[in-house]
Design a protein around this ligand. Structure first.
Ligand code: CAO
Length: 454
């Protein structure tokens, strides 16, 4: 056996470059110039070719290892003939042809005879080679039975695929040694959009995604006068994110009602103090406080699923989003650390952020990091609605208009101010019973303002 170490060739000024991928495994026959590992520098990825042909005997590196010029990558058996029985199959010749630019170190040689038969060959290849020629080929596996091959792509392509929700295992690479290029990902998406099916797409890109038939285009002008108004940038952005949440999250909405008669009285009692401080405590500020308390009590609601969807990330902070209706569409500023803010401070933050939202002056920082969202339509009207969860959050509270209603109490009907609550939750994370307990808890603290202050 003739053994040959293949090392990292001259890669310019790069030193200690991490290995992103190993493209071969022990037993693989490889040719000169075949890519064997991928390195990832700060700016680019590069494939390192083999300086020799042969059968991979041993791989001396692992993904994540840092290598420089001269680092040994693998050991090859460069014996030229790898056949055992000439009567059964044709011999396969592998001709060593070192690259002038690469560095290589012969480390051992049991024989320098290049025509000797090599003992170690990948078992699957040997099985194919040894098959007598007059036998029929083995039965083909169905595509569904075949494992996906590990996609071969650099970090920029992987990043693009993640952004577009494309499963790289489904994409055919057109680069060297079937490496997947950005163009392949774009072509895959185009093909999916044209075909209206999504075999490798986790997130649909159009209204017709997830195999859902596209709504046919209709010329409405056939039926009467029309005007075309383009959607605002905010509507388009919010629309895409709402669509994604709607399709990805199994939503359930729990409806409930809270008696806020005392809470409203308390709010009115604060009016004079609010005037002095030049801030009005709105019902929404009190609801923010109540929700922060409920999130503390029910940590599953203050959480997100991780990307593997196997773990729940529980958050120890209480940042709450508030849906704000602006002339350009829905915007969700985030009020940070609600649990640690006093009522007047919270009311002032809510006022300032909703104003900024309407003036289009919110910074990205002011729209990030929410754990839970409140969408209040109480200032407008309605009795209930089914809000869409603001992923990756796992629940959202919809609030409708509070109304005076007759309630049977201690043997008589009394007028009470009743607030409708609509809690949408991600059923992968939250069970119906937990959701009902959550709204019951909200009812409990909203109906007794002293609890809210605890
Ligand atoms: N029941 C009864 N009255 C209510 C109420 C409720 N649930 N919520 C608010 N009100 C009253 C307020 O008390 C206020 O009355 P006064 O002026 O007499 O005090 C009036 O309605 C207007 O309140 P508001 O809605 O302007 O103020 P807010 O702090 O309650 O809400 C904000 C602020 C930003 C949430 C609100 O302006 C807004 O944009 N709401 C729309 C959110 C939205 O579009 N959600 C849907 C998202 S999905 O498309």
């Amino acid at each position: 056996m003739a053994l040959q170490a293949v090392t990292v060739p001259d890669i310019g000024d790069f030193k200690e470059v991490p290995i992103l991928e190993i493209l071969v495994k022990p037993g693989d026959p490889i040719t000169v110039d075949q890519s064997i590992i991928t390195l990832e520098s700060d700016k680019a990825t590069m494939e390192i070719p083999s300086s020799h042909a042969g059968i991979v005997q041993d791989i001396k590196v692992a993904v994540g290892d840092k290598v420089s010029v001269g680092s040994v990558i693998l050991i090859l058996d460069t014996t030229t003939e790898i056949l055992t029985s000439p009567s059964v199959v044709e011999p396969v010749k592998i001709t060593p042809a070192p690259l002038p630019s690469s560095t290589s170190t012969p480390i051992a040689s049991s024989s320098s005879d290049s025509s000797r038969t090599a003992p170690a060959v990948a078992p699957s290849i040997m099985a194919d080679l040894r098959r007598p020629k007059n036998l029929p080929p083995p039965p083909l596996q169905s595509i569904a039975d075949q494992p996906f091959t590990k996609p071969h792509a650099g970090p920029a392509v992987r990043h693009l695929a993640r952004e577009l929700g494309v499963d790289l295992a489904r994409v055919k690479g057109s680069g060297r040694h079937s490496r997947i290029l950005k163009a392949d990902v774009h072509n895959f998406v185009k093909q999916v959009m044209n075909e209206g099916s999504v075999p490798g797409l986790a997130i649909p890109l159009t209204g017709g995604g997830m195999g859902i038939p596209e709504i046919p285009a209709i010329d409405f002008s056939k039926f009467g006068d029309i005007e075309i108004r383009p959607l605002s940038r905010i509507q388009k952005l919010a629309g895409a994110s709402l669509h994604r949440s709607w399709l990805n999250i199994p939503h359930v909405t729990q409806f409930d009602e809270a008696d806020i008669t005392e809470l409203e009285q308390f709010r009115r009692d604060l009016a004079a103090e609010g005037e002095r401080r030049q801030v009005k405590v709105t019902l929404l500020s009190l609801l923010l406080k109540a929700c922060a308390a409920a999130l503390k009590e029910f940590p599953t609601f203050n959480a997100s699923l991780d990307s593997s969807k196997e773990n729940l990330i529980l958050k120890k902070y209480y940042h709450l989003g508030v849906a704000v209706d602006t002339p350009d569409g829905l915007v969700v500023p985030v009020i940070k650390d609600v649990a640690n803010q006093g009522l007047f401070e919270l009311a002032a933050h809510l006022r300032d952020l909703s104003q900024k939202a309407r003036d289009k002056k919110l910074s990205p920082h002011e729209m990030q990091g929410a754990c839970f969202t409140i969408s209040s339509l109480g200032g407008i009207g309605g009795t209930a609605f089914t809000p869409i969860i603001n992923a990756p959050e796992v629940a959202i509270l919809g609030v409708s208009r509070a109304q005076l209603q007759p309630v049977y109490q201690n043997g008589e009907l009394v007028p009470r101010l009743i607030l409708p609550l609509s809690l949408s939750y991600d059923h992968r994370v939250i069970d119906g019973a937990l959701a009902a307990r959550f709204t019951q808890y909200l009812r409990f603290i909203l109906s007794d303002v002293r609890r809210l202050l605890l």
